[in-house]
Structures are given as structure tokens and as C-alpha cells.
Write a protein that binds this ligand. Structure first.
Ligand SMILES: NC(=O)c1ccc[n+]([C@@H]2O[C@H](COP(=O)([O-])OP(=O)(O)OC[C@H]3O[C@@H](n4cnc5c(N)ncnc54)[C@H](O)[C@@H]3O)[C@@H](O)[C@H]2O)c1
Length: 437
């Protein structure tokens, strides 16, 4: 891809469209408003708090990322979304129970104005929840056209000059890519004939991309990760990325596993288990939805540790992931990892990680960064899969035939080098010989 010659300025309002207005979405919107009001800090957001080194270490040039590239301002963000429940964003946030009532009260008037549009929903894909706020249509194609209308209406009423969609809806049942996902034409035919392999998330993806709206996929659903939508993203010059926000346990896995590999320490097994009690956890009780999540969580170690290159170290590793729905914990997930490693002469050691995290607190800044970076990439004239945003995903999308990079530090370097590349700055290789000449 050619280096962007110039990046269009972030003029006007940026509309953020959220299919799924549950815990993550409402924590994100409430957080943006609290930060805008000066009542909180955007902790966890690279676009808001991160800096980027430019030039040599001796140059002392490390501007804030938001000063280096022209990102939309938080004050220019405006929000819309869809959900199967009729609750407005305040009611939904109160129900999710992530933010405390004092914080929610400060943004109640703002959140109360955000009401979900009717969802395209299919219980075959999310078995354990159902709601009254659902679109009706003859077939899936009609539903997708209705979503396109929603997008056009929102653009008008929100007076947005640009839009970005970020899927924050539930995890759907596992779907394998099939022939109907292979081309835009077959995809449309499949929507018209109500083919069972067309999931609701794909309808939102199709509607966004064909409306020229960038799309990020926060769940492990295939959604934009099919050739038909990728072709459309190319044809419509739209940027896309996914899938599955990398927040808690997998974030730590993609930090620890690269350390073991860098030091040539072996891995016999990695057992990960979670308890969580939010709606996401409830949905994941269904084996179909869990299978989608499991695939996403399992792929990480294989790619980082490359057992085919290091059979003595990683050839026999056993990797298991469990998620248990346990209502008392709400959104406060506990993720345990038992890691059996071995060192010099094969002597075994163990590491235990107990991460008492807050799922949506970790996910909300990711939504913000993805929205701002996708909008930037779109204004820079980029299109298709944005692999430089792998940093944010458990299961990063890549060009066909390319294996994904999961190592968080490679992903971080890739992201920052992409920003340098966009602005015509030297890429940083960390070679550093020049300091010793
Ligand atoms: N740390 C995290 O929180 C995290 C990490 C990675 C991925 N995710 C993914 O992000 C997504 C959102 O997580 P959450 O905790 O907010 O879940 P949630 O259950 O609180 O919210 C999801 C919302 O999507 C709605 N929904 C389901 N199907 C829909 C459809 N077809 N159209 C519109 N709305 C629909 C549900 O009614 C629900 O309100 C999930 O897929 C989850 O797996 C979350």
C-alpha cells in the first residue's frame, strides 16, 4: 500500500455506531462523557495518554500520539447504537453494574438520550438471551437494508461528517467460512435466501462497509472476517479490523508467552479458567457461543510459540481455556492461569496468575482507540484490513495466507511504526549502532 500523501483533517462530528449497547458500549460512552466533563482520566487509552518517540533516542522528541496524528477530538464524538433490549444507555449501564452509581449519576442526562435502534437478531446465533427491540423483514437482506437506512438516518440526525461502527454485541454461535461468504454476489444471494450461515453481525458489517463506514469487530464472530466483506471493503475504500478485544487473560498471555520464547524456556501446559457473571458470561454458557470464544482464545499460543520450529520446547504443550458463568461476580471477572514451564535440563517450574480484572473497564478504552484510529486510517486513504490494529485483538485479521502476530510488543511496534510511516517519519528499528560510531 502506498504511503498516505496527506491525511484529511478531522473536521466535524464523528458518529460512533455500536451494535450491542451492553456493558462494554455503555462503559465506553459513559467514560468518554466523564473525561469530556473533566471528571475522570482516560486511563488505558493509547490515543489519549500515549506518546510516540520520533527520531533518535538523543533527539528527545516524544509527542503525545494525539498531537502527532490528527485524531478526532473527544468533544466531536456522538453516539448511536442498536440492541435487542429497549433500555437507553443509562438504564443499560445501570443494569450492567460496571460503573458505580455516583459516576453514572454524573452522566445520566447524557446517557439517557442514547436509545437503541431496533436490532437485527436471530436466536439461532445467541441462544440464551431474547428481547423485544427487534427488526422484522422478509429475509436477511431486508434486515441489512434496514440497517443501512438506520446508518443514513443517524448520519443526518447526528449531523456527523464521518462514521465508524464498532461491534460490541454478544458473541454468536460458531460459524465456519463457507462458499456463501466467498464473494459479495454470493453473500447477497445468501442474505436473500436466508442462508443459515449468515449471522446478524455480518448484516451490520455488510451494511456499514457498503455505506462507506469503517467497521471494527470487538467479538470473535466472523463478521467482517470473510472474503465477501473484505472484497467490499476494498471496493468501497473502507477500513476494517477485528476480531475480539484483547483485554484480560489473553493480554497477559501475549505478554508472558513471548518472554518464555525469547528465553527458550519450554512450556508443558497452560490451563486458563475464568469466572464471570455479566451478560457476556451468560451468553457464553451456550456451547455454540463458547466455541467461538474458545477458538479465539486458543489460537494465541500456537502462533507465538511456533511449536513447528521448536518441537522440543512447545511440541507437546497442552492448552485449555474454560469460562464459567458465575453471577455473583458480575462484570468483575477473575481469570486464573496455571502455567507449567520447564527450564535448563528440562527441570519443571510453575507460574500462577490470578487476575481480578474488570472486563468492561479494560475493553472501553480499546473501543475508543479503535474508533479514533480507524477514522484516522480512513482519512489517510487506507482501505481493507488494518493489521496494525492487531494490538487490540485476540484473533487479529490478516491478509489471506499471512499468519497473525500475537506478541503484544511486536503489535505495539507495528502500530507505532504505522503512525510514523503515515506521517513520513523514520521507522524505528531499535538497531541503535549509530550511538556507538
Ligand atoms: N473485556 C471484555 O469485556 C470483552 C473482551 C473481548 C470481547 N468482548 C466481546 O464484546 C462483546 C460485548 O461484551 P459485553 O460485556 O458488553 O456484553 P453484553 O452482553 O453486556 O452486551 C452485548 C449486547 O449486545 C446485544 N446484542 C446481542 N445480539 C445483538 C444483535 N444482533 N444486534 C444488536 N445487539 C445485540 C445484547 O442484547 C447485549 O445488550 C461480546 O461479544 C464480548 O464477547 C468483551
Amino acid at each position: 500500500m502506498e504511503k498516505p500523501s496527506k491525511i484529511a483533517p478531522a473536521k466535524g462530528r464523528l458518529g460512533v455506531l455500536l451494535p450491542g449497547m451492553g456493558a462494554v458500549s455503555t462503559t465506553f460512552m459513559a467514560g468518554v462523557e466523564l473525561v469530556r466533563k473533566g471528571k475522570s482520566q482516560p486511563v488505558g487509552s493509547l490515543t489519549q495518554m500515549g506518546t510516540i518517540r520520533l527520531g533518535k533516542r538523543t533527539d528527545a522528541r516524544s509527542p503525545l500520539i494525539k498531537k502527532f496524528v490528527p485524531l478526532a477530538e473527544l468533544t466531536d464524538l456522538t453516539f448511536g447504537g442498536w440492541d435487542i433490549f429497549k433500555d437507553n444507555a443509562y438504564q443499560s449501564a445501570a443494569n450492567a453494574g460496571v460503573l458505580n452509581p455516583q459516576d453514572l449519576e454524573k452522566v445520566k442526562p447524557f446517557l439517557s438520550t442514547i436509545k437503541p435502534m431496533k436490532a437485527a437478531f436471530d436466536r439461532d446465533f445467541v441462544k440464551l438471551i431474547d428481547g423485544p427491540n427487534i427488526k422484522k423483514g422478509k429475509n436477511k437482506y431486508e434486515l441489512a437494508l434496514q440497517i443501512k437506512e438506520d446508518i443514513a438516518d443517524f448520519r443526518k440526525t447526528a449531523r456527523a461528517s464521518r462514521l465508524v461502527t464498532c461491534w460490541c454485541g454478544s458473541t454468536e454461535s460458531f460459524v465456519k467460512p463457507e462458499e456463501v461468504h466467498s464473494t459479495p454476489e454470493k453473500f447477497v444471494e445468501a442474505m436473500q435466501s436466508n442462508h443459515p450461515a449468515i449471522a446478524p453481525s455480518m448484516l451490520y458489517a455488510w451494511a456499514s462497509v457498503t455505506s462507506g463506514v469503517p467497521y471494527a469487530n470487538g467479538s470473535p464472530n466472523l463478521s467482517v472476517d470473510i472474503p465477501a466483506i473484505q472484497q467490499l471493503a476494498h471496493d468501497h475504500n473502507v477500513v476494517i479490523c477485528g476480531k475480539d478485544f484483547k483485554t484480560g487473560q489473553t493480554l497477559l498471555k501475549t505478554v508472558l508467552a513471548p518472554a518464555f520464547k525469547a528465553r527458550m524456556l519450554g512450556l508443558e501446559g497452560w490451563f486458563s479458567t475464568n469466572i464471570l457473571g455479566n451478560r457476556d458470561g451468560e451468553v457464553l454458557e451456550d456451547p455454540g457461543s463458547f466455541k467461538t470464544k474458545e477458538e479465539s482464545k486458543l489460537s494465541v499460543l500456537e502462533y507465538i510459540l511456533q511449536p513447528q520450529l521448536y518441537p522440543q520446547l512447545y511440541g507437546k504443550m497442552c492448552h485449555k481455556v474454560r469460562i464459567n458463568y458465575y453471577p455473583p461476580r458480575g462484570d468483575n471477572k477473575e481469570g486464573w492461569d496455571n502455567i507449567d514451564i520447564f527450564g535448563w535440563l528440562g527441570y519443571p517450574m510453575q507460574i500462577k496468575v490470578d487476575f481480578l480484572c474488570r472486563d468492561s473497564i479494560l475493553a472501553a478504552p480499546i473501543v475508543l482507540d479503535l474508533v479514533l484510529f480507524l477514522d484516522l486510517a480512513q482519512r489517510a486513504g487506507m482501505h481493507g484490513i488494518q493489521e496494525w490494529l492487531s494490538f487490540y485483538f485476540k484473533s487479529p485479521m490478516t491478509a489471506p495466507g499471512l499468519y497473525p502476530e500475537h506478541d503484544l510488543f511486536i503489535q505495539s511496534m507495528k502500530l507505532k511504526n504505522t503512525l510514523r510511516w503515515m506521517k513520513g517519519e523514520d521507522l524505528i528499528t531499535h538497531l541503535g549502532q549509530e550511538y556507538y560510531d
